[in-house]
Design a protein around this ligand. Structure first.
Ligand code: HEC
Ligand code: HEC
Length: 275
């Protein structure tokens, strides 16, 4: 009587064991996963390193497709294309050249001209990070380095002095631009973004000299930017009608002046006829 009653018990406990093992395995895997997930965000530096490595890899791919034909696969420069090595130009030079649409260049034998940039912010960031990782050179600036908000009137005046001393010979006194010898052109900088003015000064594109931080520190770059913004925001004296020039302005004076005389004559004539 005892054996048939006790016989199912080991079978049942065996059945329980069979189900418990996979459950226990799943549980412990889940636990390991949960612990890993909890610990992983704490190790941010290695996660950042991985993100950087990924950005650099993405930049290298973009570079191979868009830039290597002139600058070489490892940005070593190709003499036959007249394209310089980019190993020590810094991320700021890439940010400037691509954002202003100068690079990728169409014709490497002419001056690089600004045109519509066709890369996204992420792609520019990847390209700049990749080139920046190859050597030295200025980094892409932070807003605290170029944003001129909050500068005083004296700062703007100092910026004007710096601009007249260092820039106006090529770019004109208010940054409208001008012609240089040998067919080169210093472009207008009246509408250039502050970040790209900073980058142009630090990287010296084309015929433009480099203005290093030792010569003109960031505080002075901000003053120069503040001056360029202010001199181009100041309205000229009197009513300019949008500054379309003396011929057009004289034309409107003529239309409005003669027009009102004609209207007055018509009004007098109709009243006179009635009287
Ligand atoms: C058709 C050839 C050509 C292509 C394509 C090209 N470049 Fe250039 N690049 C040049 C030449 C030539 C110069 C030097 C002339 C100049 O700076 O005006 C130059 C200059 C530069 C400079 C300035 C270097 C310095 O000393 O400050 C940077 C940065 C640059 N290129 C980045 C790029 C990047 C990034 C790409 C791809 C998105 C690219 N270029 C594609 C020909 C090319
Ligand atoms: C020797 C002449 C020269 C001087 C001095 C000079 N530049 Fe330039 N600048 C140039 C030329 C040339 C370019 C166009 C470069 C190219 O070919 O890509 C340029 C380009 C620029 C650009 C890019 C404009 C854009 O939107 O594409 C900025 C911004 C700029 N200069 C600011 C300055 C400032 C600020 C100073 C003074 C601190 C200065 N430059 C001094 C010749 C000069």
């Amino acid at each position: 009587m005892t054996s048939p009653a006790s016989a199912p018990r080991p079978r049942q406990s065996l059945r329980r064991h069979r189900a418990a093992r996979p459950v226990l395995l799943a549980l412990s895997l889940f636990l390991v996963g949960a612990v890993y997930a909890a610990v992983a965000p704490a190790t941010t530096s290695s996660a950042d390193g991985a993100a950087d490595a990924q950005l650099i890899a993405q930049g290298k791919d973009l570079f191979a497709v868009n830039c290597a034909s002139c600058h070489g696969l490892n940005a070593e420069g190709l003499a036959q294309q007249g394209a310089p090595a980019l190993t020590n130009v810094g991320a700021a030079a890439v940010d400037f050249q691509v954002r202003t649409g100068r690079m990728p260049m169409g014709n490497p034998y002419a001056q690089a001209v600004g045109k519509q940039n066709t890369f996204t912010d992420d792609e520019i960031n990847a390209l700049a990070t990749y080139v920046g990782s190859l050597g030295s050179g200025p980094k892409v600036p932070g807003e605290d380095q170029y944003n001129p908000d909050g500068l005083s009137a004296e700062d703007v005046a100092r910026g004007g002095d710096l601009f007249r001393t260092n820039c106006s010979a090529c770019h004109n006194f208010k940054g409208a631009g001008g012609a240089l010898p040998n067919g080169f052109v210093a472009p207008s900088i009246e509408k250039t973004d502050p970040a790209q003015i900073w980058e142009a000064m630090r990287t010296g594109p084309g015929q433009m000299p480099v203005f290093a931080a030792g010569a003109i520190p960031d505080e002075d770059v901000k003053a120069v930017i503040a001056y360029v913004q202010q001199v181009n925001a100041t309205p000229s004296a009197g009513l300019t009608l949008g500054g379309i020039g003396p011929v057009a302005e004289g034309f409107w004076a003529w239309v409005v002046g003669i027009g009102s005389l004609v209207l007055a004559a018509v009004w007098i004539a109709t009243r006179g006829a009635r009287a």
